[in-house]
Design a protein around this ligand. Structure first.
Ligand code: PMP
Length: 393
């Protein structure tokens, strides 16, 4: 077939390359919410790859708050925060988050990707950025946008991080995920915080996958490690995961917040998040802080321990993760797709994650558990995995 719009050869070659190596990505359309059940191509599946860890995306309180906020303030932000897009629900959400986490200030961003681009590109400084090898793509891209030196240390390895900081003539920004998005394990935050302080580097944590789920009152990885705004001055959180909405924030000091307001381009030059989403995110924070939030975290933790206990008898290596992210490493991309397809035939939806999202040779099923799953859903998942992963081929 003649390529449309005279597509350049290098574009077609890149696509062909992806197809040949079983690395082609595609979008699927859900005709339903995503968790615990999803309707895809007319079939009903139990889904295990959403980041809606607490099952709040369809919570009636959030839906009601979103409707009320849209009714009162409109659907769209209409302008950037600094022009006239910062409405009452944004302000209330910022203040409530600052209170919850114990920081002086919070700034909202439209997505977590943009929060990381904005904070890192503005703060990279002369020493540049030193970060964990398995940090999320947006943290790497933030350093690229800064056009500052970018160095990466071995995963969760404080000695390796220390070597990079010691070698650097100027101080910069030390950055880590709190919970690693593809492995589910935790960063050694206290040790990294001490290291940053010793070398007078700024320290930033992206706790996209910890906030809401872990720690006292759902305050995430910082609470698990007993850190506070002094030992962790720049904390990024996202709303698209445990909060069940969309968008992100940075919790920080007055000085950093003022600085980011002047220099973080992905904060300045974009439309503010929808006020309806801000209203829904505030309602979500209230659920997260309530007894119901605690029950949801306990339900999730109980699913995690059931899953890990059932997986022990299978010929797989579990990752060192006690979080909602429970990957099963398959290795080869084709094999990972085959496992995902086999699960699908048993009514389970879990997309295979392949390079370059994860390192070469570590294609996996990134199984994510949610408080929205029932015990029966977990039994179905574990029975199906048992069947698929122990079948001789
Ligand atoms: N940080 C981490 C660790 C993530 O996993 C993600 C998204 N998966 C992001 C940031 C980006 O957040 P958002 O989806 O809100 O852009």
């Amino acid at each position: 077939m003649k390529p449309a719009f005279n597509t350049p050869d290098w574009v077609l070659a890149a696509l062909q390359q992806r197809r040949q190596h079983d690395l082609m990505r595609r979008t699927v359309t859900l005709a339903s919410p995503q968790v615990p059940h999803a309707v895809i191509d007319g079939q009903d599946y139990t889904s295990f790859c959403s980041n809606d860890y607490l099952g709040l995306a369809n919570h009636p309180e959030l839906v009601r708050a979103m409707q009320a906020s849209a009714q009162q303030y409109g659907v769209g932000g209409g302008a950037s925060h600094l022009v006239c897009g910062h409405l009452a629900p944004h302000q209330q959400l910022e203040e409530a988050l600052a209170d919850w986490l114990g920081y002086e200030r919070v700034l909202l961003f439209s997505t977590g990707y943009m929060a990381n681009l904005g904070v890192i590109s503005a703060l990279a400084g002369k020493g540049g950025v030193v970060q964990d090898k398995l940090n999320h793509a947006s943290l790497i891209d933030g350093a690229l946008l800064a056009q500052a030196p970018l160095r990466r240390y071995l995963h969760a390895d404080v000695v390796s991080a220390e070597k990079l900081l010691s070698k650097s003539a100027n101080s910069g920004l030390l950055v880590t995920d709190g919970v690693f998005s593809m492995d589910g394990d935790l960063a050694p935050l206290s040790a990294l915080s001490r290291l940053a302080a010793e070398h007078q580097w700024m320290f930033m944590v992206d706790d996209a996958h910890g906030l809401g789920c872990l720690g006292e009152n759902g305050r995430g990885s910082l609470s698990l490690e007993g850190l506070d705004s002094a030992s962790l001055p720049i904390l990024v959180g996202t709303f698209g995961k445990a909060f069940g909405t969309a968008g992100a924030f940075v919790a920080t000091s007055h000085d950093y917040a003022d600085y980011l307001t002047q220099f973080a381009r992905p904060y300045i030059y974009t439309t503010a998040m929808s006020p309806a989403i801000a209203g829904a995110s505030l309602a979500s924070l209230q659920v997260i802080q309530s007894a119901e939030g605690q029950e949801r975290r306990e339900q999730l933790a109980s699913h995690v321990s059931y899953f890990r206990q059932r997986m022990q008898s299978l010929p797989i290596t579990l990752m060192a993760s006690d979080t909602a992210i429970q990957p099963i490493i398959i290795g080869d991309s084709k094999a990972a797709i085959q496992v995902s397809d086999a699960l699908r035939s048993l009514g389970i939806w879990c997309t295979a994650i392949r390079p370059p999202t994860v390192p070469a040779g570590s294609a996996r099923l990134r199984i994510t558990l949610s408080a929205a799953h029932s015990e029966a859903d977990l039994v179905l998942l574990c029975d199906s995995l048992e069947q698929v992963l122990t079948t001789e081929d």
